[in-house]
Unconditional design. Structure first.
Ligand SMILES: Cc1cc2nc3c(=O)[nH]c(=O)nc-3n(C[C@H](O)[C@H](O)[C@H](O)COP(=O)(O)OP(=O)(O)OC[C@H]3O[C@@H](n4cnc5c(N)ncnc54)[C@H](O)[C@@H]3O)c2cc1C
Length: 496
């Protein structure tokens, strides 16, 4: 019991049944294919034992009264949200840009809030059931994938309107002791190397969509679950080993549920379709808040790489480059500031769990998503073409060609050819490789595509107050003191 280290976590994976499919066959969860991906999830465990990171990663459970890993914590204050954001900002760049374990924390917090709200509205007993589950989860220091995104079929249609009802995961049978579910979730990051899957709906659900209103937790190797997995690992290195090339991998799965039985004690929503939207949005809100930690972390890497590339090329002081890098600072810190605002303006829910302020987590995530290709564009521009044409490491190591490469790779004479080579190989791996490509897509769509944040922001934003303000400025309307006071409150989000 208690906080586990990375070895203990991987030992657990070794005990699991084989249901992970990669390149046409099943593979064990500790297959070398996953070594770089596993090094990231391991980091989230080992950080709890590291003098450098322990203060970020260890906290006290309000349920157990014991120390736990913060990735398993239910936020008990705005400060908890701030600490999570800081933890993610520090660990994500160490992992090459995505720390991967925040998903589970974000689903746990969303479920903690919604199970209570369903109970209050419907007289159900999901919340206690959920807290029992979380206690075991925390005691054993488990790790889970968040499986929200359904395959969704025709995007213009609701679940019950799809030609195949399994295009959104649904309940196909209710038994006395549990439910049977059928369908698939897409893009499930880390599902291939976790203990548990946490499953929640993707979207708002209509009265005809009751069968699709389902949330539960399930061991990832349960009978009927198949994880069809695509692994993305950094390019291997022969001698020029570097932390990034050992740690920046990940894997995402098409997570198939083929008639999977879920016992009652693991079911947290079963037909309460009115809460589909609340649960989907709450998870998105928490996850977008996590993004306000990791995305500035990605920008930290891009910014550092830009500055070093410029320095190594002898143009570190060029005014246009300094401006471009300063703009990266602005993006990183505005995104980070949104997360801080979302924490400071968080609200306590009836469950006692604090919910980030939706407006700020969404504006931050939107800003990050819209800028991701711009940031890579800045890196590409400052780095020149070398990251895309750099010869193979074998040619750097070959005595016949090494001398030429050393001679012709030199730029700023104060920086050795070896350092030049290492930096540009890193930039190549980070920005124009399979991992780099996935990171760019993740930067846009992870946690919800930018359009989803816009829809969310617009639906909650008080545009009427801004119109009211302009009616005043234009002399169209005059307001009494009470109206002015309320308008002031609305404009400054004092009541939010
Ligand atoms: C690397 C990566 C990792 C991820 N990890 C996870 C994970 O661990 N767990 C998880 O649950 N999800 C995960 N996701 C999924 C992510 O949340 C989705 O990619 C995102 O929500 C977009 O959904 P989609 O990919 O199905 O795109 P689509 O739904 O196909 O959206 C593409 C575009 O289509 C348009 N569109 C879609 N629906 C509509 C509509 N109804 N009306 C009008 N226009 C529409 C929008 O312009 C949208 O931008 C991950 C995604 C990526 C890229």
């Amino acid at each position: 019991m208690g906080i586990k280290n990375g070895d203990q976590y991987v030992d657990r994976l070794r005990q699991m049944k084989r249901n992970v499919y990669v390149r046409g066959k099943t593979v064990p969860r500790d297959d070398p294919l996953f070594s770089s991906a596993l090094s990231i999830t391991r980091l989230t465990f080992d950080a709890a034992f590291s003098d450098a990171y322990r203060p970020l990663v260890v906290t006290k459970s309000h349920l157990l009264g014991e120390e736990i890993n913060r990735f398993n914590h239910l936020h008990q204050s705005p400060d908890d949200l701030l600490r999570k954001q800081e933890m993610v900002r520090v660990l994500a760049p160490l992992a090459g840009g995505c720390i991967q374990r925040c998903m589970s924390n974000d689903v746990l917090n969303a479920l903690g809030i919604v199970t209570k709200e369903i109970d209050e509205a419907k007289g159900t007993e999901y919340h206690d059931r959920f807290l029992q589950y979380v206690k075991e989860y925390q005691k054993n220091d488990l790790i889970a994938a968040g499986c929200q995104t359904d395959v969704k079929g025709d995007r213009s249609k609701r679940p019950h309107q799809q030609v195949d009802p399994d295009l959104y995961l649904r309940i196909v049978e209710k038994r006395r002791d549990g439910i049977v579910v059928q369908g698939a979730k897409m893009h499930s990051t880390i599902a291939a190397y976790v203990d548990e899957l946490l499953v929640i709906p993707t979207r708002a659900l209509t009265p005809q969509d009751e069968d699709w209103a389902v949330a539960f937790a399930i061991p990832a190797d349960t009978e009927g679950i198949k994880l069809i997995t695509r692994v993305t690992a950094p390019r291997g290195r022969i001698e020029c080993k570097a932390p990034y090339s050992e740690t920046a991998g990940w894997a995402d799965s098409v997570t198939v549920f083929d008639h999977v039985f879920v016992p009652n004690e693991r079911v947290f929503m079963c037909g309460e379709r009115e809460f589909g939207a609340r649960l989907a949005l709450l998870f998105a809100n928490n996850h977008r808040h996590s993004y306000t930690g990791c995305k500035p972390g990605v920008t930290d890497i891009i910014m550092g790489a830009c500055a070093l590339a410029a320095e190594y090329s002898g143009v570190g002081n060029a005014p246009h480059i300094r401006d471009e890098i300063t703009e990266l600072m602005v993006i990183a810190e505005l995104v980070y500031a949104s997360g801080i605002a979302a924490s400071v303006k968080a609200k306590q829910t009836s469950s006692g769990i604090w919910e980030p302020a939706f407006l700020y987590s969404n504006t931050g995530r939107y800003l990050a998503g819209k800028n991701i290709y711009h940031e890579y564009d800045t890196l590409t521009s400052i780095s020149g073409g070398l990251p895309s044409t750099l010869p193979f490491e074998e040619d750097w190591l070959n005595p016949e060609t090494r001398g030429y490469l050393e001679k012709y790779m030199m730029r700023n004479p104060e920086v050795t050819a070896d350092k030049q080579h290492r930096l540009f190989r890193f930039i190549s791996d980070f920005s124009c490789s399979a991992v780099g490509g996935v990171m760019q897509y993740a930067g846009v769509h992870g946690g919800g595509s930018p359009i989803m944040e816009l829809i969310g922001i617009r639906s909650q934003y008080d545009l009427e107050s801004r119109k009211k303000l302009v009616r005043h400025l234009a002399g169209i309307e005059e307001y009494d003191t009470e109206t002015k006071k309320q308008l002031a409150r609305n404009l400054a989000h004092m009541d939010d």
